[in-house]
Write a protein that binds this ligand. Structure first.
Ligand code: AMP
Ligand code: GLY
Length: 411
């Protein structure tokens, strides 16, 4: 089966690497891709936010499967357009992608499905925001209702900062009850009816060591989580993933693709922090490093409603760790054009996943975004994988490079 991957970040490079190692995959294409993807796939230019352009490309390549990586094309209706051409597409319809595209919609679905989540106030005026902050108390959690690339959320003890973030939000503002406890990312493959959970992972959202600094798209990840309760996956499948998929089907907007449950393991039980409608980045990097199943079969089954009929995803023993190298200024800004050295000189067994990179006409690899590379390694334990990933990080440099030194430390 020939496969087209849509997107050009670290998640898409990690998915493409797994697809390139899958014996069922013939030609692998990516659009628009990045220099890392170019090592495993044929790249094609496309406006990933233009559903007809993506569908035209998929039809002209006659692929058997399109895999949409990022949320923005899904919310724009790319999966609808591809599916309308009769081409199987991994990723939800625009209507189902609203689970990520609108936090208020996600709250409504969770309430209807009885899914445990933080209490929330959806506010449209400053007065409503003030009242909601008074009702929840500190720490304050203030979220932009719409897509904000991981930067729409502020968690703060400072009421003025909470008010300032609310004022800067583009649309409705969601003020939430604060959830304490460790966070876990659990992904469910879905075909509209059936859910198959992947292995839990943990993402490091804050920019700086010790979970200090602003929220980012994610600065590193590891999997599995040997400290997590043994029944976590079963419990979350039963109380979160399956009820959500059932509720979406009941509404006539079945969810197929990947349902990302961002969870807090609070003292009062598991609560959903957020839903996303696509694979997490950088959690995908560690999950793909450990996946034992042929990825194309699972994704194709999701796209064609046959997930119950294929073997559930399985993972190799051991662990994987990924460490993100970000460019100067991230997450407030980013720096482009800094020359990257050492990306092809990492120790054997380390995967250098490209997120925000470009190649100059002279052939130099340069930065082209906030998160630049995700240096990923597997090992017999989290500690061994961590050591290998950081050995890879040590081999790479570019001006302004920043990374956390405590990803998966002490796990
Ligand atoms: P979100 O975009 O909703 O995932 O939020 C990004 C990050 O903000 C989460 O991963 C949490 O670290 C933090 N966060 C979001 N909502 C809450 C909450 N209700 N309580 C505590 N932290 C939160
Ligand atoms: N790593 C967080 C996300 O993908 O949203």
């Amino acid at each position: 089966m020939d496969v087209l991957v849509i997107g050009g970040g670290g998640r898409e490079h990690a998915l493409a690497l797994a697809l390139s190692r899958d014996p069922e995959v013939g030609d692998l294409h990516a659009a628009p891709g990045n220099p890392g993807l170019a090592q495993v796939a044929t790249l094609h230019p496309v406006d990933a936010l233009d559903p007809d352009a993506v569908a035209d490309l998929a039809a002209s390549l006659a692929v058997g499967l399109v895999v949409v990586g990022p949320e923005a094309p899904l919310v724009a209706g790319v999966a609808d357009a591809v599916t309308a051409r009769g081409i199987p597409c991994f990723g939800p319809s625009a209507a189902a992608a609203r689970l990520e595209g609108s936090k208020a919609f996600a709250k409504e679905v969770m309430a209807a499905a009885g899914v445990p989540t933080a209490g929330a106030h959806v506010c449209t005026t400053p007065a409503e925001v003030e009242a909601a902050l008074d009702a929840t108390g500190a720490p304050y959690v203030v979220k932009d209702d719409g897509l904000a690339a991981g930067k729409g959320v502020v968690v703060t003890e400072d009421r003025d900062e909470a008010l300032a973030h609310a004022a800067a939000c583009s649309g409705a503002v969601v003020v939430e009850e604060f959830l304490d406890g460790p966070e876990v990312s659990l992904f469910g493959l879905c075909d509209g009816t059936t859910v198959r959970p992947l292995q839990p992972a943990q993402d490091f959202k804050r920019a700086l060591d010790g979970d200090a600094g602003p929220n980012t798209g994610g600065m590193g990840a590891y999997s599995p989580l040997d400290w997590a309760p043994a029944d976590l996956v079963d419990e979350v499948t039963r109380t979160v993933l399956q009820p959500t998929v059932d509720e979406m089907a009941r509404r006539g907007t079945p969810f197929s693709g990947l349902l990302y449950a961002g969870l807090a393991l609070t003292s009062r039980g598991v609560r959903v922090v957020e839903f996303n409608a696509r694979f997490g980045d950088p959690e995908t990097q560690v999950l793909m490093a450990l996946l034992d199943s042929p990825l194309s079969e699972l994704l194709h089954a999701c796209a064609t409603g046959r997930l119950a009929g294929v073997a559930p995803p399985s993972f190799r023993a051991g662990a994987a760790v990924t460490v993100v190298l970000a460019s100067r200024g991230y997450p407030a800004s980013s720096s482009s054009g800094d020359v990257i050295t050492g990306a092809d000189a990492v120790p054997a067994g380390v995967d250098v996943i490209h997120a925000g990179t470009a190649t100059t006409p002279d052939g130099d690899l340069v930065t082209a975004g906030g998160r630049v590379l995700a240096v990923t390694a597997a090992g017999g334990s989290v500690a061994a994988a961590r050591e290998a990933a950081y050995a890879g990080v040590a081999a790479i440099s570019f001006p302004g490079a920043q990374h956390r030194t405590d990803i998966a430390a002490g796990r």
